[in-house]
Design a protein around this ligand. Structure first.
Ligand SMILES: C[S@@+](CC[C@H](N)C(=O)[O-])C[C@H]1O[C@@H](n2cnc3c(N)ncnc32)[C@H](O)[C@@H]1O
Length: 252
């Protein structure tokens, strides 16, 4: 393990390759129970948070979801030209089937599925009107590089919305870690009926996640404007960032 070994492979700016590979395996293990555990651990709020992000889109937009996972967000987005990106082949297989069926039943065009990481995306500059990351930003290997790459593929004036864990400050983060390490572990155990479920490892990515202010600053440093970041109810357990690619920015 490289330079971040003193933080167990994670720090607020990113995750070591070795730790990230472990995290990916753990995320893949969550697939069968992912939506159910999420619903329980957020008191059912996750679906409202996802709906809120969908409400930022306008019909006909070119939309990119970075870190689509098993398609929990992408399945319900309508009226847009959709691209779903994820590094995990297993996640993409589930998303392709789930999102594909839903879009076919609604008579919509097929979505595009791309296997890649946020830090290096196979898209042209200035491509997407709207980019979103739902509970995936926390898992980026290099968050600044991921945001830089997102800015590059967005068209000038395009919008980014990120929804992820919420952390106001270290004290709030302490309560969050307590929640992740106790109640969430219990919920995951009951839902999965397994003692050694994947959520054991996932608590670590929350512990090392930065504060709201930290990522607001990072978004501005990378070049986004109109940066907003707020904690969501209940208890600020999630956060939502909104940012815009400046109109004059046509190349990165
Ligand atoms: C918790 S799932 C999110 C699923 C979905 N977006 C949702 O609405 O719940 C996180 C996803 O982020 C993906 N991910 C991890 N590292 C990533 C990276 N560097 N770039 C893009 N996606 C990444 C994982 O493979 C995983 O599928």
């Amino acid at each position: 393990m490289a330079e971040r070994s003193s933080t167990g492979g994670f720090d607020p700016t990113g995750i070591d390759e070795e730790e990230w590979q472990i995290l990916e395996l753990q995320l893949e293990q969550t697939i069968p129970h992912y939506d159910k555990v999420n619903a329980w651990m957020t008191f059912g709020q996750d679906k409202h948070w996802r709906k809120n992000v969908r409400n930022h889109t306008i019909e006909g937009m070119k939309v990119l979801e970075v870190g689509c996972g098993p398609g929990s967000f992408a399945v319900d987005i309508v009226g847009v030209e959709l691209t779903c990106l994820d590094p995990s082949d297993e996640m993409l297989q589930v998303a392709r089937h789930r999102v594909g069926e839903a879009r076919k039943n609604r008579g919509e065009s097929e979505a595009t599925f791309v296997q890649a990481v946020a830090e290096s995306m196979p898209f042209d500059d200035n491509t997407f009107d709207f980019v979103c990351c739902l509970f995936s930003f926390r898992d980026f290997k290099d968050k600044k590089q991921g945001l830089t790459e997102i800015l590059r593929v967005m068209r000038p004036g395009g919008k980014l919305v990120i929804c992820d864990a919420g952390k106001a400050n270290w004290l709030h983060g302490l309560f969050g870690s307590l929640w992740m390490n106790t109640a969430v572990q219990l919920i995951a155990r009951v839902v999965t009926k397994e003692k050694n479920h994947a959520w054991k490892g996932l608590a670590k990515s929350y512990t090392h996640y930065g504060t709201n202010g930290f990522y607001r600053r990072m978004l501005k440093e990378v070049g986004f404007t109109q940066v907003q970041g707020r904690l969501l109810l209940p208890f600020g357990m999630a956060s939502r960032f909104r940012a815009t690619k400046p109109k004059g920015n046509t190349a990165n």
